[in-house]
Design a protein around this ligand. Structure first.
Ligand SMILES: Cc1cc2nc3c(=O)[nH]c(=O)nc-3n(C[C@H](O)[C@H](O)[C@H](O)COP(=O)(O)OP(=O)(O)OC[C@H]3O[C@@H](n4cnc5c(N)ncnc54)[C@H](O)[C@@H]3O)c2cc1C
Length: 336
């Protein structure tokens, strides 16, 4: 069912829970309905962007335009062999519902991405990742509608140019393509990625199942990340910076405990949460916005945060980190 709502409050439609609204929210359940919206005078007269579950969006003021939201919700098998299956999911399916579907059907590959908020459409835009796995490792094809022409467009994995929390849809095609569904390639035989943190301990567990992995991940996530229903946040506010090895070696002399991981091209990835905590910013607050004490990578809404509080805190953290380490933090969140 198509819906057009005027002056729609975004407090509950975004996980940061800021008191902002949009001029119009347009929801659709089919591609035909989406095309009707794209053809409507209201759409043509204002600026627009697509949203999913609002779990990576920070609106710094009211959005004077149309937010589009997909309610295309289906999951189906497109193709399968003895060893693999291609599953197509509508953009409006909740991501974790998709993960649960895969686990319940014994399709391997999505389980490490358990518990990530948001919807299927955004998984392909954001290249979501956690516990050593990224969505680009299982995405086969992204099906879209080209906003300016209303024509269908399809992108295979290579064409999406995936990188750490990045894709073509966040760069040259930003705000151009609307993801209507995503096809994922999953394995019918067990292939586990247990290289990361608490999953390492599961490697020797006899009869290890995807549910064991999911439960471990959900428990760990619950212990360090705010529950979006209770405390506003967008998860990691900042990306983990990737720096030149030479810069890392210099920093290591001043900060021998600095954790680090190998990255592409001989560079080094440093956890932004550690940099922030080590800079003494754990729990630091401006107005109602604070550096979340259990995970300093997160900027949380303590309940009364205004968009200005969040922006001021984000800028303060960025400045402190730049001054202390010479590293420029980049937001992982979409700041609008
Ligand atoms: C508590 C918490 C924990 C989190 N943990 C993780 C984590 O472990 N790993 C991780 O990667 N992320 C994490 N996130 C961030 C967030 O869940 C992901 O970025 C997620 O993919 C956002 O999905 P969404 O549907 O809410 O998209 P939104 O936030 O609504 O939108 C995100 C981007 O996708 C675009 N978009 C959304 N849907 C479409 C569509 N159909 N077509 C075209 N563009 C679209 C939007 O324009 C925007 O650019 C976390 C967030 C929270 C609040």
């Amino acid at each position: 069912m198509m819906k057009l709502i005027e002056n729609f409050p975004l407090k509950e439609a975004t996980t940061m829970h800021l008191d902002v609204k949009c001029r119009y929210l347009a929801e659709y359940s089919t591609i035909d309905e989406l095309l009707q919206i794209l053809d409507s005078p209201t759409y043509r007269q204002c600026r627009s962007m697509h949203i999913g579950g609002g779990s990576n969006l920070v609106f710094t003021r009211d959005y004077d335009g149309m937010l589009l939201h997909s309610c295309i919700r289906f999951i189906s098998v497109v193709d399968e062999s003895d060893t693999e299956v291609i599953i197509e999911a509508g953009a409006g399916i909740k991501w974790d519902e998709f993960v649960k579907y895969c686990i319940s059907h014994n399709y391997y590959g999505a389980e490490n991405l358990s518990g990530i908020p948001g919807e299927v459409g955004a998984s392909a835009v954001q290249n979501i990742g956690s516990y050593g796995v990224e969505a680009c490792g299982i995405i086969e094809r992204v099906n879209c509608i080209d906003k300016p022409t209303g024509k269908p467009a399809h992108f295979d994995n290579q064409e999406c140019r995936y990188a750490y929390r990045d894709s073509i849809f966040k760069n040259e095609y930003s705000n151009r393509y609307i993801v209507t569904s995503v096809e994922y390639r999953l394995s019918k035989t067990p292939v586990f990625t247990l290289t990361y943190g608490p999953l390492k301990g599961l490697a020797d567990q006899p009869g290890l199942s995807m549910t064991d992995i999911r439960n471990t991940i959900i428990d760990t996530r619950n212990g360090k990340l705010p529950n979006p229903d209770e405390t506003g946040s967008v998860g990691s506010f900042f990306k983990n910076p990737v720096i030149l090895r030479q810069q890392f070696e210099t920093l290591k002399q001043s900060y021998p405990a600095m954790p680090h991981y190998p990255a592409a091209d001989g560079r080094v990835k440093v956890p932004a949460g550690w940099l922030i905590e080590n800079a003494g910013l754990k729990g630091f607050a401006i107005g109602g916005a604070l550096v979340y004490p259990k995970q300093c990578l997160v900027i949380a809404n303590g309940g009364t945060a205004t968009p200005d509080d969040v922006v001021a805190l984000y800028k303060h953290v960025t400045t402190v980190i730049e001054e202390k380490y010479g590293i420029t933090l980049q937001p992982e969140a979409n700041i609008i």
